[in-house]
Design a protein around this ligand. Structure first.
Ligand code: SME
Length: 162
């Protein structure tokens, strides 16, 4: 599919994964119409001296406005997608309980989990739009983005980021 082909060409040459993710974010940003933010949140281990080791999402390469830097697992669309290992398509973000508004103009969102080779969630691909209902489960573009995420997963490190 069109977007997946771009991603494929960008990961062909092995590079630092942050370098690849930066260009993939830029490419999706250039190719997708009517999107306001495209980027990655990556799983980060955080050690809390009281409760032991935990995880959160931390902002990775992106295109768009300045965004939230840390998202707890199971919080917001990204945190729920990562926590439940599910692609989430939110046609109206105002109806999503716990939605994290980094940009008050954002109206709809798609979040696709990324995995390491073992199948653990190691981050998410997050795309926002200022248009209500911009993303749909039924269209080819969503399937294309899920395919992109599967390709991107191949270049991520095995374990969570330290
Ligand atoms: N809206 C997201 C937060 C990230 S920004 O959209 C870039 C969420 O609810 O998880």
């Amino acid at each position: 599919m069109a977007l997946a082909n771009y991603v494929k060409s960008m990961i062909e040459e092995k590079d630092w994964y942050i370098t690849n993710l930066s260009n993939i974010a830029a490419c999706l940003w250039q190719q997708l119409p009517d999107v306001s933010w495209v980027g990655f949140y990556l799983m980060n281990d955080i050690t809390d001296s009281c409760s032991g080791e935990d995880k959160e999402l931390i902002l990775g390469p992106f295109q768009g406005k300045v965004a939230c830097t840390h998202i707890a697992i199971n919080r917001g669309v990204c945190g729920v997608s990562a926590g439940e290992d599910k692609t989430l398509i939110v046609p109206d973000v105002s109806k999503f309980a716990g939605y994290i508004a980094c940009d008050s103009d954002a109206r709809s969102e798609i979040v696709v989990p990324l995995h390491n080779e073992k199948g653990d969630v190691i981050g998410v691909l997050d795309i926002d739009s200022n248009t209500l209902g911009r993303f749909s489960e039924k269209n080819e573009e969503s399937a294309d983005l899920i395919e992109c995420a599967a390709l991107i997963s191949k270049i991520l490190p095995d374990s969570s980021l330290k």
